[in-house]
Write a protein of this length. Structure first.
Length: 500
C-alpha cells in the first residue's frame, strides 16, 4: 500500500470537519491472512523515549496540566489538553493521550477555519477528547506512556496502562491499513476480560515486554509506536525531592491516580506524622491511640495488598483519610502551634538552623539523628535531611519492629525525599538504624564518589543537550539554505516585472 501524502489527508479531512458525521478511514489493503508463524512485523520493536532524552518544563504549582517536553529533533510533546483544559475536561468521552508539534500544526489548520470562539471550542473538544477521535481525521505518531517502578531505586520494568493499550490497538490497526479489524475482535475481547477491573477506582498496568507481546499477537508494526516515560511522573518526582509532596499522574480517563507504594506513604504522612505516638494521650477517647493505629494499619494494608502495578484513584485515598481522621478530632483538628515539619515552602537542597530541627524533635518526642555526612556544619542541617529524619522518627515511633512490610514500604517512600546524589548513603544510614546497628557514617571518600557519579550523569545530560541543540541549529541552517534559492528566485521575478 502506498501511503497518502499527509498534507492531502489533512486537507480532505478539514473539509469533512464541516459535517456532523465523523468519517471512517479506509484502506485498499485486504486484511492479512497470517498464521501465528507468519507474522509480518514480528522483528519490529517499539521506539523508547526516556526522560533523559527530553527537556521538560512546567509550572511547578500545576505540573499535571502545564507540562511539555522538548525532543532532540525540535518537536515538543504535550498532553492533549495543553492550553485547552477548560474546553476539554468537561467532555464525558475525554481520554488522556500525548500529542506533538505536528498534531498542533494540524489543529492550527482546524482553528483557522473556525469562524467563532464557540466553534473553536467545539472543534477542540471533539477532536482532542481522545486518540480515537483525533485519528478518525488525522494520521499521527503514536505515543504511549510508561510509568517508572513504584519503589525508589528499584531496577524493575516500567508499567503501561492496560486501558491505554486497549484503546490504542484499533488506532494502530487502522493506521497500519488493516480494514478487516473490528473492535469486537475475539482476541481483543479476551484481553478486555483479562484486564477488567472490578473497581472503578483501580487501574491495571502491564510491563513494556507484555505490551510488545500483545502487539505481536495482533501483528502490529511496533516500530510505529514510541513508548514515552511519563514526564508528569518525572517532574512530580523532582518536585517531591525539592518541596515534599507526592507523585501523582493522570489515568487514561483523566483522573488523578497514585501507585500503591506512594499511596501507603501518603497515608503515613497524613495520619501518622504530626502526632506524638510515644507519650501524648488523647483526652477525648479511651484507648484512642490503639484504635486509631489499628484503623491506619488497616487502610495501609488495604492499599499495599492491591495487585502489583495497580494505580489508585487519588480521590479514593483522600476520602479514606478524611473518614479516618473523623475518628478523633483531638489528633487531627486541634491547633498545636507546631512548626511546618514537612517544610513545603523550602527547597530541599537549602540548609536551615539545626535548632529548628531540634525543637520539632523535642516537641513530638522523636528520635534525634545525627548528620551522617562527614565535616557537616554543626549549626545547620539540609532541609531534605531534616524531612527524612522527621519521617523516619515517626516511622520508628509508630511501627517499632512490627508490620515490617508496611514499615519498609514507608522507608521506600521516604527515599523519594532524598536528592539523587544522596540516595545510596541515606539508604545505608536508614538500614543501619532498622537493623539495630551503629548508625552509619559516610566517609569523605564515599561522599566524593557519589558526587562524581552524580556529576558524571549531569555532565552526560548537559553534553547530550548541547549536541541536540547543535543538531537543531544545523537542521535550521540547512533548511534556511535550501529555502534561500527559492526566495531569490521569487525576488528576481518581481524585479523583472518592475523592469518591464
Amino acid at each position: 500500500m502506498t501511503e497518502q501524502d499527509p498534507d492531502s489527508v489533512l486537507v480532505s479531512n478539514l473539509e469533512k470537519l464541516g459535517i456532523q458525521e465523523e468519517p471512517k478511514q479506509t484502506s485498499e489493503s485486504p486484511p492479512p491472512d497470517l498464521t501465528p508463524d507468519e507474522k509480518k512485523y514480528k522483528d519490529t520493536r517499539c521506539g523508547v523515549i526516556p526522560c533523559q532524552a527530553m527537556r521538560m518544563f512546567c509550572d511547578e504549582d500545576n505540573i499535571m496540566t502545564t507540562w511539555y517536553s522538548e525532543l532532540a529533533n525540535g518537536s515538543n510533546l504535550l498532553p492533549n489538553f495543553w492550553n485547552f483544559w477548560d474546553d476539554i475536561r468537561t467532555n464525558r468521552t475525554f481520554r488522556y493521550f500525548i500529542i506533538d508539534s505536528a498534531d498542533l500544526a494540524k489543529m492550527d489548520h482546524v482553528w483557522h477555519k473556525c469562524v467563532s470562539k464557540a466553534m473553536r471550542v467545539e472543534k477542540t473538544a471533539s477532536l482532542l477528547c481522545s486518540i480515537g477521535a483525533f485519528t478518525s481525521y488525522f494520521i499521527k505518531q503514536l505515543y504511549i506512556r510508561s510509568i517508572p517502578p513504584a519503589r525508589c531505586c528499584e531496577y524493575a520494568a516500567n508499567r503501561i496502562f492496560t486501558d491505554e493499550v486497549l484503546e490504542f490497538l484499533p488506532v494502530m490497526m487502522r493506521q497500519q491499513g488493516i480494514i478487516g479489524f473490528s473492535e469486537d475482535d475475539a482476541r481483543l475481547e479476551k484481553y478486555r476480560k483479562m484486564w477488567e477491573s472490578n473497581n472503578q477506582d483501580l487501574y491495571r498496568t502491564i510491563t513494556p515486554q507484555e505490551f510488545e507481546a500483545f502487539l505481536y499477537e495482533f501483528d502490529v508494526d511496533k516500530s510505529k509506536i514510541k513508548i514515552v516515560q511519563d514526564p508528569v511522573h518525572e517532574l512530580s518526582r523532582v518536585h517531591m525531592m525539592k518541596k515534599s509532596g507526592n507523585i501523582t499522574i493522570f489515568s487514561p480517563d483523566g483522573n488523578t491516580v497514585i501507585d500503591r507504594i506512594q499511596a501507603v506513604f501518603f497515608v503515613f504522612g497524613a495520619t501518622v506524622a504530626g502526632i506524638n505516638w510515644k507519650t501524648e494521650k488523647c483526652p477525648m477517647h479511651e484507648n484512642c491511640r490503639e484504635n486509631l493505629k489499628k484503623c491506619i494499619l488497616e487502610l495501609m494494608n488495604k492499599l499495599f495488598n492491591y495487585e502489583k502495578g495497580t494505580f489508585i484513584a487519588f480521590r479514593m485515598v483522600l476520602d479514606s483519610i478524611d473518614a479516618l481522621k473523623k475518628e478523633c478530632e483531638f489528633n487531627y483538628h486541634t491547633e498545636r502551634g507546631t512548626s511546618d515539619f514537612a517544610l513545603r515552602n523550602f527547597d530541599g537542597e537549602l540548609a536551615m538552623p539545626i535548632n529548628r530541627y531540634n525543637n520539632t524533635v523535642e516537641f513530638f518526642d522523636l528520635p534525634e539523628y545525627k548528620n551522617f555526612y562527614p565535616r557537616a556544619d554543626k549549626d545547620t542541617i539540609m532541609i531534605w535531611q531534616a524531612r527524612v529524619f522527621y519521617q523516619f522518627g515517626w516511622l520508628q515511633q509508630f511501627f517499632g519492629d512490627e508490620n515490617v512490610d508496611l514499615r519498609d514500604t514507608v522507608v521506600n517512600g521516604i527515599m523519594f525525599l532524598v536528592p539523587d546524589h544522596g540516595k545510596i548513603i541515606t539508604d545505608k544510614f536508614l538500614r543501619s538504624i532498622l537493623n539495630g546497628e551503629t548508625p552509619y557514617q559516610a566517609s569523605q571518600t564515599e561522599v566524593l564518589a557519589e558526587k562524581r557519579r552524580h556529576t558524571g550523569f549531569e555532565k552526560l545530560r548537559e553534553s547530550r543537550e548541547q549536541r541536540n541543540k547543535a543538531l537543531k541549529e544545523m537542521k535550521k541552517a540547512k533548511k534556511a539554505a535550501e529555502q534561500a534559492p527559492k526566495e531569490n528566485g521569487k525576488t528576481g521575478k518581481k524585479t523583472g516585472k518592475k523592469g518591464k
